[in-house]
Design a protein around this ligand. Structure first.
Ligand code: NDP
Length: 366
C-alpha cells in the first residue's frame, strides 16, 4: 500500500515537531514547510531528519513562507498531500501587539493563501487548521466549547478568528474536508523560550543552579488550561481521520494560574514559595528549599518580581476548555496532566542548564 502523504506548515515549531514524529511513526511520508533563516531553525526536528542522500526518505523539508502564495501552490502541486496540517503562525500573543500587520498577514491571509492553493490545485485532501482558545478572549462563560462565541482581544486572536472562519468557509463553500482544532494552551520542553511557561522553567533551572537571581513576569493571575503538545497533535491527527469534517475544542478542562504553574515547577525542584504584596509589588520568596538539590538557594531569597513591561495592552483573564466532543467523537483525552507537564518541562530545563554549566566550567562554551 502507498504511504499516506502529509504536508505540515510550521514543522520547525513545537507542535510541528511532535506531529512529524507521530506521522512518521504511523508510516506517513512527511513534507514540511521551512522558512529561510540566516541561521539553522531545525533544532526541534534534527533528531528525525536524515541525510537527504539516503534513499526512501520519509521526511522532506521545503523552503517557503506563508506570505508566498506561488510557493505554496507550487509545493502542493509537487507534494500532492493526502493531509495538510496548517500550524505555521506568528504564534506569540504579546509579539502580535508589536507586529499586528505581520501577524494578520501570516496567520489570517496565510490561511487564505494555503486554502486557495488547495482549491486551485484541485487536490482532494484533508486540511487541519490550528485555531486557538485565545479567540474566546474576554469571554465570560466559565468553560468554553465549540458553541461559545469568540471575543478576541489581541491581533493574534483576531487573525486566528479570520483563519478559523476561512477554514469553515472553504468547508461550506467548496465541500473541502477542512477543520479547526480549537486548541487551548499546550506546552512541552520544546515550547519557545519566550512563552511564559518555558520562561518560568528555564529561569527556575538557572536560579536553582545559582546562575540567575530573579525571574520577572507580568500577570500572575491569568488562568489557563495547560496541556502537553504531543497529546494535542494526536487530537489533530484524529480529526482528519473522521468520516465528516467538523471543528473540535482540544483541552484538558483543568485550569491553573500562572502563579500555580510557577509553584508546581518550583515544587518539582523541592522549592516552596511564599507570595506577598499584590499587583505590581507582588514578589515570591523561597520558604523552604532542599540544600542537596539547590545548594545555591537560601530561604528568604526573592526569586520573582513583577515587571509591568510584561503586562499586555489587553489581557485574556481566564480560559478553560470543555473537550466533551473530542472525548466522545474522537475518543481523545489528554494523557499528561498539569503536574506531569510541569515536572517534564522542569526536568528538561534543569538538565539543559546543568549541561550548559558543565560546558562553561570546562571552557567549551561562553
Ligand atoms: P511555534 O511558534 O512553536 O511554531 C510556529 C511555526 O510556524 C514555526 O515552525 C515557525 O517557523 C512557523 N512560521 C512562523 N511564521 C511563518 C511564516 N511566515 N511562514 C512559514 N512558517 C512560519 O508554535 P506552536 O508549535 O506552539 O503552535 C503551532 C500552531 O498552533 C500555531 O499556529 C499556533 O498559533 C497554534 N496554537 C498553539 C497553541 C499553543 O499553546 N502552543 C495554542 C493554540 C493554537 P520558525 O521555526 O522558522 O520560526
Amino acid at each position: 500500500m502507498n504511504k499516506k502523504v502529509a504536508f505540515i506548515t510550521g514543522i520547525t515549531g513545537q507542535d510541528g515537531s511532535y506531529l512529524a514524529e507521530l506521522l512518521l511513526a504511523k508510516g506517513y511520508q512527511v513534507h514540511g514547510l521551512k522558512r529561510r533563516a540566516s541561521s539553522l531553525n531545525t533544532s526541534r526536528i534534527d533528531h528525525i531528519y536524515q541525510d537527504p542522500h539516503q534513499q526512501d526518505l520519509p521526511l522532506f523539508l521545503h523552503y517557503g513562507d506563508m506570505s508566498d502564495s506561488l510557493a505554496l501552490c507550487g509545493l502542493l502541486q509537487k507534494i500532492q498531500p493526502d493531509e495538510i496540517y496548517h500550524l505555521a503562525a506568528q504564534s506569540h500573543v504579546a509579539v502580535s501587539f508589536e507586529a499586528a500587520e505581520y501577524t494578520a498577514n501570516v496567520v489570517a491571509l496565510g490561511t487564505i493563501r494555503l486554502l486557495e492553493a488547495v482549491r486551485l490545485s484541485g487536490l482532494n485532501c484533508r486540511f487541519f487548521q490550528a485555531a486557538t482558545s485565545e479567540m474566546y478572549g474576554k469571554v465570560t462563560s466559565l468553560m468554553q466549547n465549540e458553541d461559545t462565541p469568540f471575543r478576541p482581544c489581541s491581533p493574534y486572536a483576531i487573525a486566528k478568528v479570520g483563519a478559523y472562519w476561512t477554514t469553515v468557509n472553504y468547508r461550506e463553500a467548496y465541500g473541502l474536508f477542512a477543520v479547526n482544532g480549537i486548541m487551548f494552551n499546550h506546552e512541552s520542553p520544546r515550547r519557545g523560550e519566550t512563552f511564559v511557561t518555558r520562561k518560568i522553567t528555564r529561569a527556575l533551572a538557572a536560579i536553582a543552579l545559582g546562575q540567575q537571581q530573579c525571574l520577572y513576569l507580568g500577570n500572575l493571575d491569568a488562568r489557563r488550561d495547560w496541556g502537553f503538545a504531543a497529546d494535542y497533535m494526536d487530537a489533530a491527527w484524529r480529526m482528519l481521520q473522521q468520516d465528516t469534517p467538523s471543528d473540535f475544542v482540544i483541552a484538558t478542562g483543568v485550569q491553573h494560574t500562572v502563579r500555580e504553574f510557577l509553584q508546581c515547577c518550583a515544587a518539582s525542584l523541592g522549592i516552596s514559595l511564599s507570595f506577598s504584596g499584590s499587583g505590581l509589588t507582588e514578589i515570591a520568596t523561597v520558604l523552604h528549599c532542599d540544600p542537596a538539590r539547590t545548594p545555591a538557594l537560601q530561604p528568604g531569597a526573592v526569586i520573582l518580581r513583577i515587571d509591568p513591561r510584561y503586562l499586555r495592552p489587553s489581557e485574556v483573564p481566564s480560559l478553560c476548555g470543555d473537550a466533551t466532543r473530542a472525548r466522545t467523537v474522537l475518543g481523545w483525552q489528554p494523557a499528561t496532566d498539569f503536574t506531569a507537564l510541569c515536572q517534564m518541562m522542569m526536568a528538561h530545563d534543569l538538565a539543559q542548564a546543568k549541561r550548559q554549566a558543565l560546558l562553561e566550567a570546562n571552557g567549551y562554551a561562553r
